[in-house]
Design a protein around this ligand. Structure first.
Ligand code: CTP
Length: 213
């Protein structure tokens, strides 16, 4: 049995006390993977952005909003984990300054929001992973395979799961699993619960333990 860290859902980046920037991630794939890991007898620490999903039984869930909060929660858990699955759709940027007061409308004037980059959570964890497992997810619209392989190397990942654009918010999806060793494995379309299980069969292997952990 191993302990896995899993990020899921979107992040929510505050603009002022009542407004934020976010994305359309539903969290379904991450939650399906968390449930599939528990079904295989593993422990899961799920660091989740705001989603409308119930926590799978047996999963320890830590709720966060922003990318900075997600990173802090992950860094606290990572030392006690054997691997990480980065399924969250982390906002690449956040507003440089969060206004303490609600922004007021200035009739007829443009509003310019200055944005600053968020840390790359999965890359931060994976760069110091040693022999532990690190798996990323990506959604690409152009040069998908080339981008998938570039991200896998740049973030020091063992596997990268490439999603189709139609996966967002959908019940079912088709993916391709790329490995650092050079393999490429298409899966689906199938419901996300089955897809999660099929991905784990390939990543953790028949004896259900990653060779990395
Ligand atoms: N990721 C992360 N932290 C970020 C950005 C991405 O942990 N700030 C993780 C995601 O959870 C995912 C993987 O990195 O597992 C790839 O995410 P993606 O958004 O495709 O990567 P980016 O490096 O942000 O590339 P892009 O410029 O295409 O958005």
């Amino acid at each position: 049995m191993a302990r896995y860290l899993l990020t899921a859902g979107p992040t929510m980046e505050a603009i002022d006390p009542v407004r934020f920037l976010s994305n359309r991630s539903s969290g379904q794939m991450g939650y399906a993977l968390a449930a599939a890991l528990v079904a295989r007898g593993h422990e899961v620490c799920l660091v989740s952005g705001p989603v409308n999903l119930s926590t799978p039984e047996g999963v320890t869930r830590l709720d966060v909003e922003s990318a900075l909060e997600m990173l802090a929660a992950c860094e606290a858990e990572w030392p006690s984990c054997n691997g990480v699955f980065g399924v969250a759709a982390v906002a690449d940027y956040r507003p440089r300054a969060v206004s303490e007061a609600k922004l007021k409308r200035q009739a007829g004037e443009d509003l310019v929001l200055e944005m600053t980059p968020n840390p790359d959570i999965l890359a931060t964890l994976a760069l110091g992973k040693g022999s532990r497992l690190a798996v990323g997810f990506a959604l690409e619209t152009h040069n998908a395979e080339q981008e998938a392989r570039r991200k896998m190397s740049a973030k020091n990942l063992d596997y990268l799961v490439l999603n189709g654009v139609e996966a967002q918010g959908a019940e079912a999806s088709a993916v391709e699993l790329f490995s650092q060793q050079g393999s490429r494995h298409p899966l689906g379309p199938m419901p996300k619960a089955r897809l999660a299980s099929a991905l784990l069969d390939l990543i953790l292997g028949p004896n259900n333990t990653s060779s990395h952990a």
